[in-house]
Design a protein around this ligand. Structure first.
Ligand code: PLP
Length: 399
């Protein structure tokens, strides 16, 4: 049998997709499945995006495009950067790739040699670990349990950076917890970053337009402008604009990093498609009513989920202030039975919940926190209410 490269063996299939596949199979078998597993927006981009695509089809030359991304897309992104207080960047600081996942993959390749260390908090977005494995980097995981609202403290960051990891990766608002760092919290972490100049910083902030309760989005560069030489901001159109399948991710940071991503692009993809570029320009620079409306809709749904979870004795759930996830600590269920089924851990819990109530959630261990599970709440309100009712009933039946 011919061997594949070791890096393929190190990458695991996404735990989220495993749950989603099980939910799909149950649905195909006729069950009324409520799917809280995948983090997909349940809406489409505005009509101006489709108009832009139609126009682009008429004028598309079918030729190769820019490795960095087309100028009008970079300019639309720079306008967003300025709107969130990160001005002074130019096209030379930016690059576009096939989704934020691909931007992250490029950044890991650009910054990490085999054996180098990347530090990030747990709970983490699953792909951080997998991409690190693929590029052969070591991970330094910084545990942020529900007792500290799933947030990294300045002391933890200081201790981690004292170990001189090559990269510190930060995610705000967070997938899977939905937690958002406020202005003061960002400022305190930024102060620590200034103390440790030998570490690159990646801020994966693709949910930056989905922040609730008037909290606002804040970035290390806003807090400490001197960090511009080391911080890379990552953005995406997937979640905010209802465009996950269009695959547009963007970055802004030091020129040398953007240049490295452009070089990798030139070898991996050459360019993102021109019609997709037209859609992205329209989404970023056209009317923002879709993201604005969705942000307030998700805030309402967050309230609905939190209220339902708080009614369940023993569940601990820090109140998220962004994205569209909640991450309750359900460990009160461990050691109990649902019917004949013993719930030993988060994976047992999610399997039993899916089997008994046809509700799909992702076990927290997929994100490095085995006491929790992730609920993605983008589905219609009535479905959300029904799913939450079933979760409450499941808990009430535990013995
Ligand atoms: N970063 C985070 C925190 C995410 O939640 C996701 C998608 O779920 C991504 C990056 C990847 O986004 P994209 O669809 O742009 O590749």
């Amino acid at each position: 049998m011919l061997k594949l490269a070791a890096r393929v063996g190190r990458a695991k299939p996404s735990a989220i997709m495993v749950v989603a596949e099980k939910a799909k199979a149950l649905k195909a078998a006729g069950r009324d499945v409520i799917n809280f597993s995948i983090g997909v927006p349940n809406f489409l981009p505005g009509p101006h995006v489709y108009d832009a695509v139609r126009n682009a089809l008429d004028s598309d030359s079918g030729q190769y495009g820019s490795n960095r991304g087309r100028d009008d897309l970079l300019d639309a992104f720079l306008a967003h950067m300025a709107a969130i207080g990160m001005d002074g960047y130019t096209r030379a600081n930016c690059a576009v790739a096939v989704g934020a996942k691909h931007i992250l993959y490029n950044l890991f390749e650009a910054m990490l040699d085999e054996g180098d260390t990347i530090a990030f908090a747990t709970p983490y977005w699953t792909s951080y670990l997998d991409i690190a494995e693929i590029v052969g980097a070591k991970t330094l995981l910084l545990p942020c349990p529900p007792e500290q609202d799933y947030k990294l403290t300045p002391e933890q960051l200081d201790a981690a950076l004292a170990q001189k990891p090559r990269v510190f990766l930060f995610n705000n608002p967070s997938n899977p917890t939905g937690m958002v760092y406020g202005r003061d919290e960002i400022a305190a972490l930024a102060k620590v970053l200034v103390k440790h100049p030998e570490t690159w910083v990646i801020t994966d902030d693709i949910y930056n337009r989905m922040v609730f309760d008037g909290l606002g989005y804040h970035n290390f560069v806003n807090a400490e402008p001197s960090l511009r030489d080391r911080v890379v901001f990552v953005d995406s159109l997937s979640k905010t604009y209802g465009m996950p399948g269009w695959r547009v991710g963007l970055m802004a940071g030091p020129e040398v990093v953007a240049k490295a991503v452009v070089t990798l692009n030139s070898n991996h993809i050459t360019n993102i498609p021109e019609v997709v570029t037209a859609a992205a320009v329209a989404a970023l620079s056209g009317p923002q009513d879709v993201p604005t409306a969705k942000c307030s809709e998700f805030q309402g749904k967050r309230d609905q989920v939190i209220e339902a979870l708080q009614a369940i004795p023993g569940i601990v759930c820090p109140r998220p202030q962004g994205a569209f996830y909640v991450f309750p600590d359900i460990s009160v269920a461990f050691g109990k039975r649902h019917g004949e089924t013993l719930i030993g851990n988060d994976v047992d819990f999610c399997a039993a919940l899916l089997e008994a109530k046809a509700v799909a959630c992702v076990p927290g261990s997929a994100f490095g926190e085995p006491r929790a599970l992730r609920i993605s709440y983008t589905c219609p309100t009535a479905q959300l209410a029904e799913g939450l009712k079933r979760i409450q009933a499941f808990f009430a039946e535990l013995a």
